[in-house]
Write a protein that binds this ligand. Sequence first.
Ligand SMILES: C[S@@+](CC[C@H](N)C(=O)[O-])C[C@H]1O[C@@H](n2cnc3c(N)ncnc32)[C@H](O)[C@@H]1O
Length: 317
Amino acid sequence: MKRWKHHVSSYFSERATQWVAFYADAEPRTIITQNLNSRQRFTLELVEAAIPASSKILDAGCGSGVTAAKLMQRGYTVWGIDLAEPMIRQARELCGTDQFGVGDIEHIPFADNTFDGVVSLGVIEYQESDEQALREIHRVLSPGGRAVIAIPNGRSPVRRMDDVVLRVVAVLRSAYYIVKYRLRGRPAPVRGIPAGPVGRRFHRERWLLLLRRLGFEPEELICHGWGWFRSPLGRLVQPLFKTRTVFRRGIERLFGRALVSRISGRLVRSRARNWLAAEQIVRVRAIKEEIGGVVMRNQQLGLHAGPVAPIEGVFRP
Ligand SMILES: C[S@@+](CC[C@H](N)C(=O)[O-])C[C@H]1O[C@@H](n2cnc3c(N)ncnc32)[C@H](O)[C@@H]1O
């Protein structure tokens, strides 16, 4: 395994239990749990709007299987792969099936045209580049099949502020260590936990261009979430998010949850404000026009693929 992948895999392996807990909070209180839960909610909406129940879906980079479990509850047949073995153990336990296995999104261990849908949330940014993973998603999708992919938004001002704060904190910390230890000739203690892998960010126009070039037709784009803090900024902003949650609940009580959900559904699709959000989720359709030398329209090809056939010797559920 390449060094980078190894780093990603060990980082997430250590966080498998924590990952389940992130989703367990029925009333998400921290920014990260709010973001993960809203990502899941919008993903389920995007899937259900375009992929019929009982279709076959692959969750590529499934983590602890929480989204896969929700898809199963909605009648989909779900397979999952993840680089981190402890995540797969959690996913199998949660989903009660061995259709989850260790696997790499850049070499998906399934045959061409296997799935009606692929879901991949917060995974592509951890690859060294985008293309190989996207080509693999395209390959395993049946003609006209859908992929729902979540990636960080490169324009988000909150993410940028987070970067600046991280840099300032790093400089201040180094200065503190120099003054406290080096200048006084004292041995310095070992510093902190090594940093985790940093996910790459994506600009909407370039991202959509890349998807089109690789044979995907973008259908819907949603931007959601107001921060994904790696710096202490998160702790400062947290009270604002709590206030916002209380405010939202009050509005829901006054006007009804359905109306508030409808309005927030409109807002996450509004180009005028969604460049501010921390993350983008896109639903795309795989265009595969040529079959046996005959060019066909995707509508003619139909959505449903044949039986799922893992490639021998690679995928060991
Ligand atoms: C941020 S977590 C998201 C997990 C899950 N999709 C979710 O939304 O809860 C990223 C996951 O992608 C997995 N991952 C990263 N690179 C991968 C790769 N090349 N192939 C498969 N999984 C990968 C990690 O192990 C981790 O579980």
